[in-house]
Design a protein around this ligand. Structure first.
Ligand SMILES: Cc1ncc(COP(=O)(O)O)c(C=O)c1O
Length: 388
């Protein structure tokens, strides 16, 4: 096999990195969603130039970044976004919290499909709103799992207090890139019940199968009028610590409600965040194309390994994201698979239980690492399971 830039093993502990410093040195971390890869060269070059400029005074806006985002939405999705529709934020977890205060009152309910990225579940409660979780059914095909949406259960969970639906598209952790009919059905239900929709599309560039990402708000002007979309270059280009993300709200009232909720609470992105975002969206498509080939290879390597050596562990086939989701329930472990694997395999996954009750007995595996490390992780799990 030819090696690529993504095969380079980079020592990350020296950079204050969360993923590699949270556990003992002998633990292989495949948890928090960042990648063990360098960011693309054009971003590094742009950051060097910005640092060399040497002045870091206030910066509340960046018209070229607005322009490049609007253009990207138009070109990639045929979604006509105006530069004024964009609101810059430093990260999306904060935005997930502020949408709850912007579009719901204390005691109101916020709907979501579970298992889901833990901050979705926690955010409503942080401001006295209530998370309503609707579990997605699993469709099995051999060892492979595919999550779907039970639209009847979804609609049945809506009450007069439900004000907001937070969609994860593509979905973390189950790796689905929702189809147009699925999105249309969800939007139809939300419109029917007058819900505001927050569509977290942070994983939109990371499609591993030959599918097209469809921004929910691009479905129709009616859907756009009720939707605020959250995006960021941070997952795609591995930049979360640079503090740049954005929201798109085409309806002025929806946008103003968000701006009002965040003003003076949420800082603007930092200068290096704007710089990296511009370079990412303008100059890094060739790198992204190579990344997707590598991630697809990791996903398929994992599937082959599990099929060959760990047939007791069903797994998702991530259509998008670099996150896989493994079901350890058939092993009847004495504790959560997260704990058992941490203690015995010295591998740190994400504990599935944090993704909602539907995640108990599961772990999330981050495939954004070198093939060699991924092999080591899977070999360690295999050794423990064979020893049970
Ligand atoms: C769906 C989703 N939203 C938001 C985030 C985090 O975004 P940020 O780092 O901008 O807070 C993640 C990170 O994994 C994610 O998967």
């Amino acid at each position: 096999m030819t090696t690529t830039v993504f095969d380079t093993l980079i020592e990350r502990r020296t950079s204050g990195c969360l993923k590699w410093n949270a556990y003992d040195e002998d633990v292989l971390p495949v948890w928090v969603a960042d990648m063990d890869f360098h960011s693309p060269e054009p971003i590094l070059k742009a950051l060097h130039q910005r640092v060399d400029h040497g002045v870091f005074g206030y910066q509340f806006d960046d018209p070229p970044v607005r322009q490049v985002i609007a253009q990207r939405m138009n070109e990639r999705y045929g979604w006509s976004v105006e530069t004024r529709d964009i609101v810059f934020v430093p990260n999306l977890v904060s935005a997930l919290n502020f949408v709850c205060t912007a579009y719901a009152e204390p005691g109101d309910e916020v709907l979501m499909s579970t298992p889901v990225y833990p901050p979705f579940i926690v955010a409503p409660g942080n401001s006295g709103r209530v998370a309503t979780m609707v579990d997605m059914p699993i469709v099995r095909s051999g060892q492979q799992m595919r999550y779907e949406i039970d639209f009847d259960a979804f609609e049945a969970a809506i009450t007069p207090r439900t004000k907001l639906f937070i969609l994860c598209s593509p979905h973390n952790p189950v790796g689905r890139a929702w189809t147009r009919p699925e999105l249309e059905r969800l939007a139809e239900i939300c419109l029917h019940h007058n819900l505001t929709i927050v569509s977290d599309e942070i994983h939109c560039d990371l499609l591993l199968d030959p599918l097209q990402h469809i921004p929910l708000a691009s479905l129709s002007p009616e859907v756009a009028a009720r939707t605020i979309t959250l995006m960021s270059p941070s997952k795609t280009f591995n930049l979360p610590t640079l503090g740049f993300a954005f929201a798109i709200a085409q309806n002025e009232t929806v946008r103003q409600q968000f701006e009002k909720a965040t003003a003076w609470f949420l800082p603007h992105p930092g200068a290096l965040g704007y710089t990296a975002a511009l370079a990412a969206y303008r100059d890094c498509q060739p790198w992204l194309d190579e990344l997707l080939v590598y991630l697809r290879g990791n996903r398929d390597f994992m599937a082959d390994f599990l099929q060959s050596h760990l047939p007791q562990i069903p797994y998702t086939h991530p259509e998008a994201t670099y996150l896989a989701w493994l079901d350890f329930r058939a092993l009847n472990l004495p504790a959560s698979p997260y704990q058992v694997m941490l203690e015995k395999a010295r591998v740190a996954f994400n504990d599935g239980a944090a993704f909602g009750k539907a995640g108990e007995g599961f772990v999330r595996l981050n495939l954004g690492t070198s093939r060699e490390r991924l092999r080591e992780v899977l070999e360690r799990v295999r050794a423990v399971v064979e020893d049970l």
